[in-house]
Design a protein around this ligand. Structure first.
Ligand code: SF4
Length: 348
């Protein structure tokens, strides 16, 4: 049985025997200021005759907030309990809009060396309704002048390892009349799980963020072991094929900078060469230190020099200075210990 946040408009239409009733139900959900804990007895515009049986069969996914940490810049990290599994969600306010970073798995199947989430191991796949519920909860707490308009799947987990549920969540998040996010405002990140990435690029119109983090297979395999299976050239080829099919899709290339590992001038030049001709935007992310990895953050000057070298060669590139570092809500710090939870947002 699916709960309301995981149902598509077509499924609601079938369950309520009417498109109009399905639309009214979604309007009701969108009008709730805080996330309800149960389905109501009455929904305006939905007759009792069909609502009663629907209400008996379905519920609402309601995450319990175990902990809420707010950083000085307003970034809020939620430790959530979802049916006994803990995950983390981050709300990042910016001018005029907030971005919600959601988890797609409890723990993660991958072993990226720089990422705190891998310490948890893999606990379980999240359902689409649990992903959408993370958005609904964080949205309900977004400031009025910064509504939740963006979603990034960059919290805990590798979205391509739970792709059916992620695709369903993207469909629900982008459906009207609510939440009705634009496809360009929903970004799904991958550490480079090629079969899932290829399928995602064929089946979804949402944006993709490839977490690249190196310009040679040797270095990438060191920081992201699955590169042995899906090396850089294969990932680039998949991006090129997708760009030919759909030149309007936004693609982000995430590049976490590690001191003396992938931050040299030669790396900057190779990065530009790898992406030449691709409609991709690079997000440079200075590494957020995490104990025991042996990896360090480059100096501010080195980050700026890398950025300038990439931009000077005509590649669109931004530096994403970490948000919420003091509450461990920044990229690679999500782990649900006292210190922190997945891989957080650069495509915001
Ligand atoms: S960076 Fe992403 S894919 Fe890699 S271990 Fe962390 S959560 Fe998993």
């Amino acid at each position: 049985m699916r709960n309301l946040p995981g149902l598509t408009l077509d499924e609601l239409t079938r369950e309520l025997s009417s498109r109009q009733r399905a639309l009214e139900l979604l309007k009701w959900l969108g009008a709730q200021r805080s996330l309800p804990t149960a389905l109501p007895e009455v929904v305006p515009g939905v007759s009792h005759r069909v609502w009663g049986p629907f209400r008996e069969k379905h519920g609402l996914t309601t995450p319990t907030v175990v902990e809420r940490s707010v950083s000085e810049d307003g970034t809020t990290k939620y430790a959530l309990d979802l049916s006994g599994s803990q995950v983390e969600t981050v709300r990042i306010p910016a001018k005029g809009r907030s971005t919600i970073c959601i988890s797609s798995q409890a723990g993660c199947t991958r072993k990226c060396v720089f990422c705190a989430t891998k310490e948890l191991g893999f606990i379980r796949q999240l359902k689409a309704e649990e992903m959408v519920a993370q958005y609904l909860l964080a949205r309900s707490e977004a400031p009025a002048d910064a509504p939740a308009r963006n979603v990034v799947f960059m919290g805990m987990g590798e979205p391509m390892d739970n792709l059916d549920e992620v695709l369903r969540a993207v469909e629900v998040l982008t459906q009207g009349p609510f939440p009705q996010l634009k496809y360009q405002s929903v970004t799904v990140s991958t550490s480079g799980v090629l079969p899932g990435m290829v399928r995602f690029l064929k089946e979804s119109k949402a944006s993709l963020a490839l977490s690249l983090n190196a310009t040679t297979d040797e270095v990438r395999t060191r920081v992201m072991p699955q590169n042995k299976t899906w090396p850089i050239a294969a990932l680039m080829e998949a991006l090129r094929e997708a760009a030919e099919r759909d030149p309007d899709r936004d693609t982000f290339v995430e590049y976490v900078l590690f001191k003396d590992v992938n931050d040299t001038d030669a790396d900057a030049d190779r990065l530009v060469a790898l992406l030449r001709g691709l409609p991709a935007r690079v997000n440079l992310i200075p590494y957020n230190p995490y104990p025991g990895t042996g990896l360090e953050t480059p100096t501010h000057e080195r980050v700026l020099a890398f950025h300038q070298r990439v931009v000077a060669q005509g590649q669109l590139c931004l530096v994403r200075w970490p948000r919420g570092r003091e509450i461990a809500a920044a990229c690679g710090q999500l782990v649900l210990a006292q210190d922190g939870a997945g891989f957080v947002p650069a495509a915001v």
